[in-house]
Design a binder for this molecule. Sequence first.
Ligand SMILES: Cc1ncc(C[n+]2csc(CCOP(=O)(O)OP(=O)(O)O)c2C)c(N)n1
Ligand SMILES: [Mg+2]
Length: 311
Amino acid sequence: MGRFTIPTDEHMRSGHVACQGCGAAHAMRYALKAMGEDTIVSIPACCWAVIPGVWPNQNLKVPLLYTAFEVTGASISGIRAALDFQGKDDVQVMGWAGDGGTADIGIQALSGMVERGTNVIYVMYDNEAYMNTGIQRSSSTPVGAWTTTTPVGSTQFWEADEKKDMVDIMVAHKAPYVATASVAYPEDMIRKFQKAKTIHGPKFIQVYAPCPTGWRSDPSRTIELAKMAVSTHLWPLFEVDHGVYTINQKPQKTDFMAYVRMQGRFRHLPEDFLKDWERKMDARWETLLEKERFSKELEEKGLLPFPGPHE
Ligand SMILES: Cc1ncc(C[n+]2csc(CCOP(=O)(O)OP(=O)(O)O)c2C)c(N)n1
Ligand SMILES: [Mg+2]
């Protein structure tokens, strides 16, 4: 990862209305630095439908289309089709949706978009719950987490299910480029967006975006928390380019409990539950290492990378 690679151009003005320490606000700023001014963004209902503020004072300098919650994939397909009809190949189209809008309610439009091989970038900024409407659980909420619909108290009814693996789902769709990114690593994130721009077809990037309001974490420690998610192997940074996995960072694992303790949403969890969760996360990391090794083996045999759509 090179240093001083972050473009100085800003496509986001100051004056957004995100909460203090909002990871999603950083995510958009970095993404647009990579995407550039010739980008049309489509955003469904989510925090980011509010964050830019009200036109004409909205803080994004690029054209922005607000859509219904479930249609990001369809919306950016339509924008792409219109641009293609006009011969505007140099304009990028970026869908920008939350985890609820992607892993739950928008998944059918996203699936169709990928299946059709649409030439767009779809970003899922993952704050791990429906934050804009008051911290309800989504299928991307991690196991054990408190949310307002998985309350903690006499019921002990915290989130029971494992986080849905959207990267696996996108890889199974044979999207030509699938990656994770984190607001704690802007160089890595910007490089991935720049790379995505050069690849024809549907690209999917899932960005780790801490939400101090919903995670009950200190807003001044958002980046520290995001770094710890990577170093605990909870949020591995990797990319899958036409089926070939590359893990971008292989850090020496740091203290899992320290990560958990920084967030009030996990405060109630008993020791044995946390130990079990950590074991599962360790196994997931080992599995990812194996996927990388195996996909490189397939590449050596000429079985990967698979061809992109319409190639
Ligand atoms: C069909 C429909 N159902 C529910 C809503 C209400 N709603 C607006 S934003 C939102 C939460 C979105 O969650 P997510 O996609 O994770 O984005 P975040 O708010 O966390 O940024 C909900 C439930 C809606 N706008 N439309
Ligand atoms: Mg969310």
